[in-house]
Design a protein around this ligand. Structure first.
Ligand code: GLN
Length: 192
């Protein structure tokens, strides 16, 4: 069975551990480079991307994650999506450039700090076509640009919110907070 590491420096990593386990894989918290290189895939949770960047530096994990992502799958949710993007604005900051997307931090603005949306019909494509999805947004980024090899799996109000490129996946919402959550399964399926 595949082991999925959850970056556990900051943010809502505990909910991801539970989501991975209920999707049928083994979950393991990752705080060091040695722990990272022992897992088959990584989830970077939501939280505060600037704080996470500082903690990654302190733990010598920045280069380790860059190297890990060159051959193993990474799933970034919310702040994790910001870290995986190619470009970040509002403001600009370092990112791993593992998924060819441009993101705007806190793109929905302060008025719409958090919301729970029901996605269905034309919001969903590919493996989620014909299903329904609850999406919890918390100070979410907006994906403003997607590259030619990026597949959009879910959109909200016409903007992509769940995408994949090659082995990596990105969600601007928090699938780990929804009871009926098909998204972690989608990520884990690629490890079989
Ligand atoms: N607003 C946060 C950031 O810019 C992300 C919020 C989240 O992960 N829920 O890093």
């Amino acid at each position: 069975m595949a082991t999925v590491g959850i970056l556990a420096l900051q943010g809502d990593f505990a909910a991801h551990v539970a989501a991975v386990e209920s999707a049928g894989a083994t979950a393991c918290e990752v705080r060091t480079a040695a722990q990272l290189f022992a897992v088959d895939a990584l989830i970077i949770p939501g939280g505060e991307s600037t704080t996470m960047l500082k903690l990654l530096e302190m733990e010598n994990l920045t280069e380790a994650i860059q190297a890990f992502g060159a051959s193993k799958p990474i799933f970034g949710t919310c702040a994790g999506a910001i870290l995986l993007a190619k470009e970040v604005i509002n403001p600009a900051q370092f990112s791993f450039n593992l998924v060819d997307i441009g993101v705007e931090r806190n793109g929905y603005g302060r008025q719409l700090d958090s919301t729970i949306a029901k996605l269905y019909g034309s919001d969903l494509a590919g493996p989620l076509a014909g299903s329904e999805l609850e999406a919890v947004f918390i100070r979410a980024p907006i994906i403003r640009r997607v590259g030619p090899n990026v597949k959009v799996i879910a959109s909200y109000k016409g903007l992509p919110v769940l995408v994949e490129e090659g082995r990596h996946m990105v969600a601007t919402f928090h699938p780990e907070l929804s009871t009926h959550n098909p998204v972690h399964k989608l990520f884990i399926e690629r490890l079989n």
